[in-house]
Design a protein. Structure first.
Length: 72
């Protein structure tokens, strides 16, 4: 098909042949998929950052409790 082909439910369509409503719905779906991928990436980044800060806090608390024991 042409460069303007879109695949919907395993069927190729020429985008220009779709109704305005179908074109808008297709574009909205693409936008939503992109936003969902962005959110998924942000979630992964936040989870990684959370893990780093949890490790830093754990190390800091472990060092702090060792210093408290040495001071006693």
């Amino acid at each position: 098909m042409s460069d303007n082909a879109v695949t919907i439910n395993d069927t190729e369509y020429n985008f220009e042949d779709l109704s305005e409503k179908a074109q808008m719905s297709y574009q909205q779906l693409l936008s939503l998929r992109n936003q969902m991928m962005d959110l998924s990436m942000k979630q992964q980044q936040l989870a990684a950052a959370q893990s780093v800060f949890e490790k830093v806090l754990e190390e800091e608390l472990t060092e702090g409790s060792e210093q408290t024991v040495e001071a006693a």
